[in-house]
Write a protein that binds this ligand. Structure first.
Ligand code: SIN
Length: 547
């Protein structure tokens, strides 16, 4: 229900709505949670800054990593999936979280299939299984060849439509409403014209996806600007592992590419394609026992090194030779179409590829059922840090995590409400800030790409911090762009602070001045905002169960 509020300045909310749970984001985690919460009898409202189907989920190609009972490779098991996740995570996963989420996969996928999602079936009639980097077995289920995210999103959006989950499209969440005791009690939002509103709710779930737009080139859509992470920080939540930004080894290369670049799924290498440099030499030979199917951080770093050093190397890209992959157009229609748009035929032409920002392994620190450190605030999906990914996410574990934690977080909210742990939304105070420091987006993306991508060092990170500081200006929070720029800025500051302090290379955090891992750094760094709004690092704490 909506209540008009008379405010001629239109800088404080001109309407208010009520719900038990407001879900920010309509990707896999958000919609899974909303559907489950509604089934549990909660009043839910989904808020999304684009159209309901426009989140990051629909761009996911590879699939869902899961070991289904009676539908898996003979020598595969849930335990092996957990081991591969731990190995990819480079010593920083929370082992209990890994086992819990991976164990939850089969039931979560069964629910999704019952809700109408259709996965590809092999000629033999059983589910088709693909393989990606870091997986020791074929265990990635996929849909439409390489359009898995689109099918997952389609099924969830259809289900949400059928069951009448209310969705507020084209509204960006700005700030949490907080009670005097520091509990979350709703959020303020802006519509696309900048008209402000407020949703009062006992529980807020941040499921807003990632932060790829920190960088000039990314596989993420334009909406991946870290807003949810920034909102959670401002609400008092702790975040961790934000220095671990995963670069996908292979987006389609075009000269000077900016913004969202088409992904070339790792599953192409799972079908036998190989990475070669400009003179045809294999990039991954001798780098890792799994060769072209090494974990993603290893492959991206190897490509980056080869681009920089190979004699005859072409500087800003290498090639994926997929000419041996039979039936490419049928198995990978999305990649095929992106190649065709450039006049390339993967059956005969090597595909030019380069690494690009893809996934935030860190985020809001939560339990495996999405509870953050702030009562009333929950997080799920890419914006959350459950401990599943550690320093480097295993391929196709993100849709899995969204499905598993999305379901659980709804149950956690229902339980917390029933136990009287959450705030009375009427007690939430509207936030008072109307401006925030924000850097100019182009220069932020330029310095983050230059100094805080793959291959960081102390001087570069310090330079990036100085450029950000110098380009800060007080920006009104009355437009989507203003809210996004402020979010990108605080997230970049948090990332830089964590990256400067982590004097080692581990997973996706590659330091040229500290090229190896340091056992003393096998721990996560917690970050909160200071009262003046600066990200500050807590003492690095070994997180329970780090493995
Ligand atoms: C891919 O298909 O290569 C991306 C899938 C993922 O990021 O998990």
């Amino acid at each position: 229900m909506t209540t008009p509020v008379n405010d001629p300045q239109a800088k404080t909310p001109v309407w208010e709505a009520r719900a038990d749970l407001v879900v920010i984001g309509s990707g896999v985690a958000g919609l899974t949670a909303a559907l489950r919460a509604q089934a549990l009898g909660l009043h839910v409202l989904v808020v999304t800054k684009a159209a309901v189907a426009d989140g990051n989920t629909r761009w996911a190609q590879g699939g869902v990593a899961v070991v289904l009972e009676n539908e898996h490779d003979l020598d595969d098991s849930v335990a092996k999936h957990a081991e591969d996740t731990l190995t990819a995570g480079a010593g920083l996963c929370d082992e209990a979280a890994v086992r819990s989420i991976v164990d939850g996969g089969p039931a979560a996928v069964a629910r999704l299939r019952a809700d109408g999602a259709k996965f590809d079936v092999a000629a033999s009639g059983v589910l088709a299984l693909g393989r990606e980097g870091g997986h020791s077995a074929f265990r990635v289920i996929h849909a439409g060849g390489d359009a898995t995210g689109a099918e997952v999103e389609r099924a969830l959006v259809a289900q949400a439509g059928q069951t009448g989950v209310p969705v507020l499209e084209h509204h960006i969440a700005v700030d949490a409403l907080l009670t005097p005791g520091g509990r979350v009690a709703g959020v303020t939002v802006l519509d696309r014209h900048g008209v402000p509103g407020a949703v009062r709710a006992s529980a807020v779930l941040v499921a807003s996806g990632g932060l790829g737009q920190l960088y000039q080139a990314t596989s993420n859509p334009e909406i991946a600007t870290g807003d949810g992470l920034a909102l959670a920080l401002r609400a008092g939540a702790a975040v961790a592992d934000v220095e671990f930004v995963q670069f996908h080894p292979t987006v389609l290369y075009t000269p000077g590419a900016r913004g969202r670049c088409p992904l070339v799924t790792e599953a192409v290498r799972g079908e036998g394609a190989t990475l070669v440099d400009g003179v045809g030499l294999p990039v991954m030979r001798g780098v890792h026992p799994l060769g072209d199917l090494a974990p993603r951080d290893v492959v991206s770093a190897a490509i980056t090194r080869r681009m920089a050093t190979a004699p005859g190397g072409v500087g800003d890209h290498v090639f994926l030779d997929a000419t041996s992959v039979a039936g490419f157009a049928r198995r990978f229609p999305t990649v095929f179409a992106a190649c065709a748009a450039l006049g390339l035929d993967p059956a005969v032409d090597p595909i030019p590829v380069t690494p690009a920002a893809h996934f935030s392994c860190g985020g809001v620190v939560t339990t495996v059922d999405g509870r953050s450190s702030v009562p009333g605030l929950y997080a799920a999906g890419e914006v959350a840090r459950t401990g599943l990914h550690g320093a480097n996410r295993l391929a196709s574990n993100s849709l899995l995590e969204g499905l598993v934690v999305g379901q659980r977080v709804a149950e956690a909210v229902a339980a917390d409400l029933a136990a009287g742990l959450l705030a009375d939304p009427a007690r939430g105070r509207l936030p008072s800030r109307t401006t925030a420091p924000a850097a100019e987006r182009d220069s932020l993306q330029r310095v983050m790409s230059r100094y805080a991508a793959i291959g960081r060092d102390a001087d570069g990170l310090a330079a990036a911090g100085s450029v950000l500081d110098l380009s800060l200006s007080d920006t009104p929070l009355w437009t989507h762009a203003g809210v996004e720029d402020a979010a990108l800025t605080v997230v970049a500051q948090a990332l830089l602070a964590a990256a400067v302090r982590r004097t080692e290379s581990r997973g996706c955090h590659v330091r040229s001045d500290f090229p190896g891992p340091d056992e003393g750094w096998r721990r996560s760094q917690l970050i909160r905002l200071s009262p003046s709004g600066q990200p500050v690092l807590a003492d690095p704490i070994p997180l329970e169960g780090a493995a």
